[in-house]
Design a protein around this ligand. Structure first.
Ligand SMILES: [Zn+2]
Ligand SMILES: [Zn+2]
Length: 163
């Protein structure tokens, strides 16, 4: 947790750190098919722009996912750059110019002058997940009749048509 008043208007506040496998997994605990294979590394800089705090960060992570189509697990590396505006939640509705920016996808709010940087970074990593999450773009999935993984070998089932 970073106190927002520690972030200066003139000098960048820099954080070089890691989020442990345990903490990454705890964040994604609702998504049972995702697991960190190593700690998430990040380099973040924050600077106070008065109306908001500008956050720039580089995140490196490696996660094990389960394919939505065939169920096999696979590992994906993420190297991703984040640019966000952090706005104190209580300032919404008091300053017109911030209200106008509230729909902005790059805006994240924080409360009580406390910036939960790691939560913000994990949230932004989550937005990088593919939907559907596939082991490969052309994953053939599982035969609904014999359960054969069709990426490994074809089967001879006649799959009933549902349409
Ligand atoms: Zn697959
Ligand atoms: Zn089959």
């Amino acid at each position: 947790m970073i106190q927002s008043n520690r972030i200066s208007t003139t000098k960048k506040f820099v954080v070089d750190a890691e989020i442990s496998v345990k903490d990454v997994d705890a964040f994604f605990a609702d998504d049972e098919f995702c697991h960190a294979t190593k700690p998430l590394k990040y380099h973040a800089t924050l600077i106070n722009k008065k109306k908001f705090i500008a956050l720039e960060a580089d995140i490196q992570a490696e996660l094990e996912h389960a394919c939505d189509r065939c169920g096999e697990s696979f590992i994906r590396s993420y190297a991703h750059h984040v640019t966000l505006k952090l706005v104190e939640a209580s300032s919404f509705g008091t300053k017109d110019e911030i209200v106008l920016e509230a729909d902005d996808l790059d805006v994240v709010t924080y409360e009580n002058s406390e910036i939960d940087l790691e939560h913000i970074l994990l949230e932004s990593l989550f937005l990088e997940f593919d939907e559907p999450c596939l082991c490969r773009e052309d994953c053939k999935g599982i035969c609904p009749v014999c359960r054969q993984n069709l990426n490994e070998k074809a089967c001879n089932c006649v799959v009933p048509e549902f349409n």
